[in-house]
Design a protein around this ligand. Sequence first.
Ligand code: NAP
Length: 266
Amino acid sequence: MKLTIFGSTGGTGHHIVTQALEQGHTVTAFARNPERLHQTHKKLRIMKGDVLDFASVERAVQGQDAVICSLGLPPMSKSNLRAEGTKNIIRAMEKTGVKRFICQSTAGVGDSRDTLPFLMKYIIVPFILRRAWRDHEIQENYIKESQLEWIIARPTALTDGGHTGSYQHGFTADTKKITKKISRADTADFMLKQLVDNTYLHKTPCISYSSRHITVWGRWRGHSRAAPYPDVMPQTLAVNDRVRVFRGQRQAAGRRLSYPESPSHQ
Ligand SMILES: NC(=O)c1ccc[n+]([C@@H]2O[C@H](COP(=O)([O-])OP(=O)(O)OC[C@H]3O[C@@H](n4cnc5c(N)ncnc54)[C@H](OP(=O)(O)O)[C@@H]3O)[C@@H](O)[C@H]2O)c1
């Protein structure tokens, strides 16, 4: 696919560029400061521009199959860059006939407010992150009013952890046992998957790691790194799942899985 990525020099954006290239996509990285993109690749085109400049945004999206947006600002910024930049991207996409749009917002916006932990919901967001939240809300509204094939990804608190490909998505405020954290690399992983998956078309899925406790009844073969959990389908385990393994009635082992130990990555 031919992709344009806005926010390509950012914490999440640079993972989106790297993973997109690894997956064989042809990437246009839109950047205010191209020198911050420390990458070269035969399928990478770097386009210098400011997302608030409509003409350069239009040039960047012309002829593409899809657009990914990971625009951001320092948390205390008073700018409404996310909303205004996204408005320009939508206008350019509608003008040039590009349909698929994947945008990064945040968990806690709109109908996901109840997914926030207590401190975030009642203290940090209303008193410290109010402007950033408002910016994301307006950004999401512009997207929802558009004619595009859009998916809004709402990551929980971003970390600089690794790329695991193993996390929960599309959960609600009632979902228990999530860490309410996700790495920028896994956020990029989720956003790229949305290019060809319509499960969340016109939806706003949240993403987070799991913190489930899973009890496994079966034979413990802890000595074998290759198959430590023989009775569990690898797909059912995720990073941060705490696994307890029983042999008959007796607990044989209990520990937290961590990448790359998780069977889903072997
Ligand atoms: N922090 C969290 O825990 C958290 C949780 C959920 C969601 N989010 C949201 O996730 C998004 C991405 O966060 P992040 O930390 O990965 O991003 P980030 O590191 O803040 O990167 C933001 C990107 O936007 C670009 N940008 C800013 N103004 C621009 C302009 N006028 N024209 C073109 N590009 C511009 C920046 O370019 P430059 O390199 O030129 O500055 C940079 O590439 C943010 O919107 C944030 O609110 C954050």
